[in-house]
Ligand binder design. Structure first.
Ligand SMILES: [Zn+2]
Length: 313
């Protein structure tokens, strides 16, 4: 019998139910697919950010379509890992404490809502997994070109394995993150010695079925590479990016980007400006590095400290 928190699945069994924790009242829809044959344990998350609908859909479709007969090992799939954010349609943050769940790992047992949820997820599902695939996309106000991310750690073998895994999603841009953004699922998992990736596709609060298919096929291809599902993985051309440079707003006001996602920009090129409510420029923003624009906030309204865009190189 395979147990994950309050849920369990016998060998060859597929179980769906709500994952519940003692520390919070959150109820997370979860699927356990316990393969007929032994193999690694893989955790697939969707909806850590509740408005990234394409990735939520991809996780849910994978969970519904994969069966124990297809699986060698154990797959736990949580399509809506942050239900409060999902129903509140809350951009970036948990509605209760306004904290970003993907900056809150490994979480705190006695923390606020997002910190407790992160703690429960880490203790219950991340710790037992050998591999983590966390599905994301552009949030409600973000345009994004698909990319995958893995954590660069001091463990070179693990870093290389994670890079290989992240390169199998049929997604061109593969970012090796050195961790300027702390508290993420994949960094937390990598620190525990797990092969962990984030795959991002979809944008702007739209359910994009072709991008959902891209994520589903990407996950399946990555699972083939570790023998969890049958078949030979296919490889595709990737562009490995070593820097992931984020710009943040220094003011609240109106954000006028002047670049597009997927565009290659040169260092020091103008990328946008923030004005006040009278249209007077408060600050112009310039690229701090040459590279490709991976995501871009498309909301005119911008708050101080909000992300503006990120450039990968
Ligand atoms: Zn996200």
């Amino acid at each position: 019998m395979w147990k994950i928190g309050n849920l369990s699945a016998a060998k060859g069994e597929k179980v769906k139910g709500y994952l519940q924790f003692d520390l919070t009242k959150e109820k997370l829809p979860a699927f356990l697919i316990h393969g007929e044959q032994d193999g690694p344990e893989v955790l697939i998350l969707g909806g850590i950010h509740g408005c990234e609908y394409t990735s939520i859909d991809a996780a849910l479709k994978l969970a519904r379509r994969l069966e124990p007969k297809d699986v060698k090992g154990r797959l736990s799939i949580i399509p809506i890992a942050n239900p409060a954010s999902f129903y509140a349609r809350s951009i970036y943050v948990h509605p209760e404490d306004k904290k970003n769940l993907n900056r809150s790992f490994p979480g705190k047992e006695k923390g606020s809502a997002a910190e407790k949820l992160a703690y429960c997820l880490n203790e219950t599902v991340i710790k037992s997994a050998d591999y983590l695939i966390d599905l994301h996309g552009g949030d409600m106000i973000e345009a994004l070109v698909p990319f995958t991310i893995y954590q660069v750690t001091e463990d070179q073998a693990l870093t290389e394995q994670s890079k290989q895994f992240a390169s199998l999603f049929g997604i061109e841009y593969v970012v090796g993150s050195t961790g300027q953004v702390g508290g993420s699922t994949y960094a937390c998992a990598a620190q525990q010695g797990k092969v962990a990736v984030i795959a991002e596709a979809g944008q702007q609060g739209i359910l994009d079925s072709s991008k959902s298919s891209l994520l589903q096929e990407g996950v399946k291809n990555a699972l083939r590479s570790i023998g969890v599902i049958k078949g030979d993985p296919s490889s595709s051309q990737i562009r490995a990016l070593q820097t992931f440079d984020w710009s943040f707003a220094d003011f609240s006001g109106l954000w006028y980007p002047c670049v597009e996602i997927g565009e290659t920009v040169q260092e020091k090129a103008l990328i946008g400006k923030i004005t006040d409510e009278f249209g007077e420029t408060l600050k112009e923003y310039y690229a701090q590095t040459s590279g490709v624009v991976l995501f871009l906030v498309t909301s005119l309204a911008i708050n101080e400290r909000d992300p503006l865009l990120a450039i990968g190189d």
